[in-house]
Write a protein that binds this ligand. Structure first.
Ligand SMILES: Nc1ncnc2c1ncn2[C@@H]1O[C@H](COP(=O)(O)OP(=O)(O)O)[C@@H](O)[C@H]1O
Ligand SMILES: [Mg+2]
Length: 287
């Protein structure tokens, strides 16, 4: 027997739950063109996974496979212990650019309620119990007072919270969030990240989150799934935050910095600056 994988040390595996995701020799194609292949990995339940890779590497495509929306070209996929299937209510999903794509007039509580009524076209009346669950989900994401507002009236951070409320209202075991930090200012990014950490602790959900910049997520990530050279890989986060790997992944020099407090963060290693412009050199104020 080989030594147990690091995966088995996580809570979900220790509790005997099936992994959130297993890829076994998986390849995915779109329009006859292979997007990625040789997917062999196991995401343990209870992890918070950063899904990273350059544009077009197939991150959103991976989510579509997990959601049962896209059949694989080769291999075997297992999601929460079973083959992927459309409409799996154990999965909460916030699509990329979701809030921007919504109709202007939709009320927040109706949007969140869609996950319970399953109404795809038009809104269906909710039961008293469903209303209560919607209110609870909005409260949980710090958006209790937004239920009757229209999505179009909200800030980006508020919209993202409401979208996450929709993803958790049905007590999902697996959350798939596709670029939830895009278009948020730093403060809102931190608030959404803190919310993900809280959801993970309270509900023991597995969270997979696509991001361009790992930094805001590093406080909550346990693992990373990265698409490199056409193949998906999965590792504990500490093994991914390495200069060589990130430089290869992003195709641009990346430095990894550890602060005195032990926090890791990454930064683009900018080329040496040219001659500063006269305006940049001008003192801001006299001292
Ligand atoms: N509906 C589609 N039909 C055909 N090709 C697509 C479709 N959606 C995405 N692709 C292609 O699949 C590849 C992966 O896309 P995607 O998963 O959206 O990448 P990412 O989310 O990592 O930016 C890209 O080459 C993209 O052009
Ligand atoms: Mg995408």
């Amino acid at each position: 027997m080989t030594a147990p994988a690091a995966d088995s040390l996580t809570t979900g595996a220790a509790a005997g739950r099936p992994p959130a995701l297993v890829l076994d020799g998986v390849a995915v194609a779109r329009a006859g063109h292979t997007v990625w292949s040789q997917g062999d990995l196991t995401v343990p339940s209870g992890s918070v996974v950063g899904v990273i890779g350059p544009n077009g590497a197939g991150k959103t495509t991976l989510f579509q496979v997990v959601l049962g929306l896209l059949p694989v070209a080769a291999g075997r996929v297992e999601v929460l212990g079973a083959p992927p299937r459309r409409g799996d209510r154990r999965i909460g999903y916030v699509p990329q650019n979701y809030t921007a794509a919504l109709g202007d007039a939709v009320r927040c509580r109706d949007l969140v309620g869609l996950a319970l009524t399953g109404a795809r076209f038009g809104l269906r009346r909710m039961t008293r119990e469903q209303h209560a669950r919607v209110d609870a989900a909005l409260r949980r994401v710090g958006a209790a007072e937004l239920g009757d507002r229209r999505m179009s009236e909200l800030s980006g951070g508020q919209q993202q919270r409401v979208a996450i409320a929709q993803a958790i209202v049905d007590d999902a075991e697996l959350l798939l969030l596709d670029e939830p930090l895009a278009n948020l200012d730093l403060r809102n990014q931190h608030e959404v990240v803190a919310l993900l950490g809280e959801l993970r602790r309270e509900r023991d959900v597995t969270i997979m989150v696509v991001a361009h910049d790992l930094n805001p997520l590093l406080p909550v990530l346990t693992d990373a799934l990265y698409l490199l050279d056409g193949h998906p890989h999965h590792d504990p986060i500490g093994e991914v935050v390495q200069e060589d790997l990130l430089t290869h992944l992003y195709g641009t020099p990346v430095r990894v910095v550890r602060t005195a407090q032990g926090d890791l963060f990454t930064r683009g290693a900018l080329p040496a600056r040219g001659t500063p412009s006269p305006t940049a050199d001008r003192p801001e104020r006299a001292s």
